[in-house]
Design a protein around this ligand. Structure first.
Ligand SMILES: Cc1cc2nc3c(=O)[nH]c(=O)nc-3n(C[C@H](O)[C@H](O)[C@H](O)COP(=O)(O)OP(=O)(O)OC[C@H]3O[C@@H](n4cnc5c(N)ncnc54)[C@H](O)[C@@H]3O)c2cc1C
Length: 407
């Protein structure tokens, strides 16, 4: 049984159902993919690797423009399309159709409240339209997002995993934004503890949002209003725009659960912290880990009912996803900690260092990989370490990356 019909849960469901397994997905919302809180950026590489049908493509982007507090832009671009911007309602619903076509059962409007693991299986208690019910399962896969109840109920929620950023995003129309680029804006006034973004979704439409550390002095909506109305670059692009929708959500930034499996339970996607702390991106990691989880479950279901419930049986999922993504996510957590430690003038200093060296920018463009940021991240930090003239900044870098090779 799967808790949550997001991309991770639906990918597990499809993987199991297409191998002939019996799968039930319970989703708390009445409609899959709604409400939308996500910017929907997914790399072209991820789409290929995961063999996804790119349903709901709103825009294609080939790079990013970074605006540091000094406002001097840094453009990192490639000729070809690097990423797609998706309508998550359409994308998630296409995943749901595939899972159901493969034989999975999807029940919406149903919230999982708790479960109990017994030697003969897991009993899952849910609430549907005000009525309580229960269902018996051989195991539970928690794909219930950043605020996962499954991880808490299984006793594997960790303090690090609870570290989050608070995000707000608006869909706007009547704006003039660069069509093929995402734009990221840095500065403590605009988005302390993260950044603000403008992402094109159509000819005159965009997603505008930001995220903040939870103890920021004002609510996220105030920061977003300030950004839209007063940021010297952004206000020129967004002025006169109309707000179509607004959403708020949390982004896990503290890294992964110490354990993503326990007796009768495994946890996947945002629920497990399988997210890049640098940007909050979690679609690729979540779906890639969900495929691993699905294969592990298929294998586990071939064993005896007692064996399925043992944590040991699910360990190959734990081993494989950590081998593939654990290092990348850990790097992103450190990189975020380094960014968080910087003052605006230090951010400007670092951007200046990069902007002065055209060959470095070229290397970032060539080596940059949205899904595996550590390669270009280490290149960048090594370069910065070599040219840094500020002892305070060097101290901050060494504090987060104590090893000489900065890994
Ligand atoms: C503002 C913002 C922008 C983002 N932009 C990007 C981006 O551009 N690219 C990217 O890769 N990632 C992005 N992300 C992250 C991305 O949205 C997540 O990583 C992704 O949605 C995780 O998928 P998931 O299936 O693990 O969880 P979710 O998509 O959160 O799905 C979890 C599902 O579980 C359901 N659920 C929760 N609890 C229960 C319960 N008790 N019972 C039943 N159902 C339940 C929820 O309703 C939901 O449908 C962004 C996140 C935010 C907040």
């Amino acid at each position: 049984m799967i808790v949550g019909a997001g991309p991770s849960g639906l990918t597990i469901a499809q993987t199991i159902a297409s191998e002939g397994g019996d799968v039930l997905i319970l989703e708390e919302h009445p409609e899959v993919g709604v409400p939308q809180h996500c910017t929907g950026k997914v790399s072209v590489n991820a789409v290929k690797e995961l063999e996804l049908e790119a349903a709901g493509v709103l825009a294609r982007v080939s790079g990013a423009i970074f605006y540091p507090p000094s406002l001097k832009p840094l453009t990192i671009a490639r000729g070809a399309t690097q990423a797609l911007i998706l309508d998550r309602r359409i994308f998630d619903q296409s995943l749901a159709t595939k899972a159901v076509d493969a034989g999975a059962t999807l029940v919406t409007d149903t919230r999982v409240k708790r479960f109990s693991v017994k030697p003969d299986g897991v009993t899952v208690f849910f609430e549907r339209k005000g009525k309580k019910g229960k269902v018996k399962a051989r195991l539970v896969a928690g794909a219930d997002g950043a605020a996962s109840a499954t991880a808490r109920l299984a006793g594997i929620y960790s303090k690090k995993r609870s570290e989050v950023r608070i995000s707000i995003q608006r869909e706007v129309s009547g704006v003039q934004v660069v069509q093929s680029m995402v734009e990221l804006y840095f500065g403590r006034r605009w988005a302390p503890g993260f950044f603000a973004w403008i992402v094109p979704t159509g000819r005159d439409t965009a997603r505008v949002g930001l995220a903040l550390r939870p103890n920021a002095p004002a609510p996220a909506a105030k920061y977003l209003d300030d950004f839209v109305e007063n940021h010297p670059i952004a206000r020129e692009k967004l002025g006169g725009g109309r707000i179509l929708t607004e959403s708020r959500h949390i982004i896990p930034t503290g890294g992964v659960l110490h354990r993503a499996v326990s007796d009768g339970v495994l946890v996947v996607g945002d629920a497990a912290g399988q997210v890049k702390s640098t940007t909050g991106g979690g679609l690729y990691y979540g779906m890639a880990c969900a495929k691993i989880a699905g294969r592990t479950i298929v294998e586990a279901l071939r064993g005896s009912p007692e064996a399925v419930l043992r944590e040991k049986t699910l360990r190959s999922y734990e081993k494989e996803w950590r081998a593939q993504f654990g290092g990348e996510i850990a790097f992103s957590v450190r990189f975020r900690a380094f960014l968080d430690s910087l003052s605006d003038s230090e951010v400007d200093y670092l951007f200046n260092v990069i902007q002065r060296d055209a060959s470095l920018i070229r290397r970032i463009e060539v080596d940059g990989d949205i899904d595996r940021q550590s390669k270009v991240g280490v290149t960048l930090l090594r370069y910065v370490k070599y040219v840094i003239k500020k002892p305070g900044l060097m101290f901050k870098l060494r504090k987060v990356f104590p090893r000489p090779n900065l890994t």
